[in-house]
Design a binder for this molecule. Structure first.
Ligand SMILES: [Zn+2]
Length: 196
């Protein structure tokens, strides 16, 4: 996988109408989860729809499917109110990747594991961990290896094409308290070492 003319190749691309102006010399990569089971195409279709009012550059599905909706030289609307190392509005200098994942899960009284939208999930997908910005453990959806492999490939391509990027952070680093993605189930340390 490589980036040609600010798009992943080979790759699926559809333009989202929800974006800002030129993104020049991005310095940050921001990881998100979608809170969804829609798959990369479902999430990408949402970002392309007229009412979304949000976007990211790329969406990575659980099955490794990769969809791009904003070119990497254009600002996407993924971070919202945010600050990193004293610099506000991370959308102005960050590339954003959405990872399809339910995030926080619930266990019901009868032992079922459910998403925040009450979808019943395989209990094997849930891991109990404490978010670094919180004090109590809760359940989170595990990130599978197929998805992680695709994410590593996409990220390596991005870092190769945009050497101005010097840091990889979570949305929960740039909007702490307001956002909890990609959450404690995301293996940030292993991911950063894999992408070099
Ligand atoms: Zn996010």
């Amino acid at each position: 996988m490589q980036i040609v003319d600010h798009r992943l190749k080979p790759g699926w691309y559809k333009a989202s109408p929800h974006h800002g102006g030129a993104l020049e010399a991005p310095s940050l990569l921001v990881m998100h989860f979608t809170v969804s089971g829609a798959g990369a195409k479902g999430v990408a279709d949402y970002f392309v729809s007229p009412t979304a009012n949000a976007s990211a550059h790329v969406v990575v599905g659980r099955d490794g499917d990769v969809r791009q909706v904003v070119p990497f030289n254009v600002k996407a609307w993924h971070a919202g109110r945010s600050v990193w190392r004293g610099r506000p509005n991370c959308n102005d200098y960050a590339i954003g990747i959405e990872i399809d994942n339910w995030g926080r899960l619930m266990r019901t009284a009868d032992g079922q594991v459910r998403s925040s939208t009450s979808r019943i999930l395989d209990p094997a997908l849930a891991v109990e961990m404490t978010h670094k910005n919180e004090t109590r453990p809760c359940l989170w959806e595990v990130y599978g290896e197929t998805q992680m492999s695709a994410l590593v490939a996409v990220t390596r391509a991005i870092l190769a094409a945009y050497p101005t990027i010097t840091e990889i952070v979570g949305h929960d680093d740039i909007s702490p308290g307001r956002k909890s993605d990609p959450g404690p189930a995301f293996p940030m340390g292993r991911f950063v070492s894999l992408v070099g």
